[in-house]
Ligand binder design. Structure first.
Ligand code: FES
Ligand code: FES
Length: 173
């Protein structure tokens, strides 16, 4: 067996469930989830790290799953947009997208929601963005900040103003 045929057994925790699978070492995490485990919440848009539709929360941080190999994430805890709700209770970000009509076709939405949840945590942890003026101060969640921090998530339906309103709603105590 040559290196190109190499397979590895890995285990992932996906939305609270432990899942094991054998992957070709060249398999992206996105393909392992969708094709290997039938987890279809993360969507394949570009498969090149450009659209954000494949975003999940990986060990608590937002990650584009088309840009990382499954074998590199053995043992990782993955939360998809489908795993954010607590039973029948929607996550505040999911509810906000519904309330604010933050979607049209919905294809980008699972990635937008995971990214928005991860983004708010980054702000809470004091991470600056490209448009943060004062790097020493607590970042403020202006519309400009939200747009910049969500700029890795594209929406072909251009529902951006409602996505912004949804994130603002979820971020407002
Ligand atoms: S499918 Fe991963 S960024 Fe587009
Ligand atoms: S709602 Fe259609 S791509 Fe965003």
């Amino acid at each position: 067996m040559g290196p190109a045929d190499a397979r590895t057994a890995i285990t992932l925790e996906v939305d609270g469930e432990r899942r094991s699978l054998l992957v070709d070492n060249r398999t992206t995490l996105l393909d392992a989830l969708r094709e290997g485990l039938g987890v279809t919440a993360p969507k394949k848009g570009c498969d090149h790290g450009q659209c954000g539709s494949c975003t999940v929360l990986l060990d608590g941080r937002r990650v584009t799953t088309c840009l990382t190999f499954a074998v590199a994430n053995d043992g990782a805890h993955i939360l998809t947009s489908a795993g954010l709700a607590e039973g029948a209770d929607l996550h505040v970000m999911q509810q906000a997208f519904l309330d604010q009509d933050g979607l049209q076709c919905g294809y980008c939405t699972p990635g937008q929601i995971c990214s928005a949840v991860g983004m708010l945590d980054e702000v809470k942890s004091g991470h600056a963005s490209y448009v943060t003026g004062d790097l020493a101060a607590e970042p403020e969640l202006s519309d400009e900040e939200i747009r910049e921090r969500m700029s890795g998530n594209l929406c072909r339906c251009a529902a951006y103003s409602n996505i912004l309103a949804a994130i603002r709603q979820a971020a407002t105590p």
